[in-house]
Design a protein around this ligand. Sequence first.
Ligand code: NAD
Length: 283
Amino acid sequence: MQLLDGRKIADELLETLKNEVIELQDKQIYPKLAVILVGDNPASLSYIKQKRKACEKTGIRWEQINYDESITTKELISKIEELNKDKTIHGILVQLPLPQDIYAPEIIKAIDPKKDVDGFTAYNIGKMFLSTEFEHLPPCTPAGVIKMLDYYNINIEGLEATVVGASNIVGKPLSVMLLNRGATVTTCHIKTKDLKAHTLNADLICVAVGKRNLITEDMVKDNVILVDIGVNRKEDGKLCGDADFETISKKASYITPVPGGVGPMTVACLMENTVNAAGRANA
Ligand code: NAD
């Protein structure tokens, strides 16, 4: 069994990006990410801390805009429009989840697709849908998964891939990215009747649900490649994924740890998108 070491790949990517930032600075381009945080959700604060740290490592400039939960959709959109026009800002990220009264799709729609470094706007999702050649600002978590498989020379073409979870930010775009690389993809979700039948058939399982022990050893075949995107907390406060790592790691050919797997890749791909957006801004 080989661990898919996301932390290592992410660190290498951040090092490469650091050099790209220096090259851009030589051309008087100073990549900068603006992050909007509404409220003080502890998970959001922790994600923002990781993103800020990655910016510091790569030399990407950081601007954080904090709002109270009472902010209105109109006020938030007006700030995004201001950031859209600001030539010193190359990436705009609105940390999700947003408070219930704010309709997230409307907020995301306001972001200039050229600065949409999360890859969530319909424009960037649509381009990614067409083919790998149009993945200019892909959603960061699926992009991180693909990068990780590529790093270990895992050939996606021809694999039976089962993606468990069908959200707009992880499961659905990951299914499309795998399909565009020649996998035969099954996407499972809460309404799937027989999850085990689909996971047992899979050479590659990517799980992004948010339910501890959803995937157990009896649900996977020998030599499976298992990418665990889920993030859950155990009783002792430690993080774990959606799959039973202890038992599945004995059966798998490749498996991601949680933490240290997909999480760092997501952050590194956000940095990559920001550097790429900055590089293209004046092109
Ligand atoms: P979401 O809640 O938007 O979507 C969950 C998906 O799981 C839905 O499509 C739902 O139908 C499906 N689902 C729910 N119960 C199921 C079941 N019993 N069987 C099969 N499918 C089921 O979540 P999301 O934003 O896609 O995130 C999913 C998980 O991935 C969460 O744990 C989240 O914290 C984690 N996540 C991790 C990263 C990372 O970088 N590591 C990034 C994003 C999300």
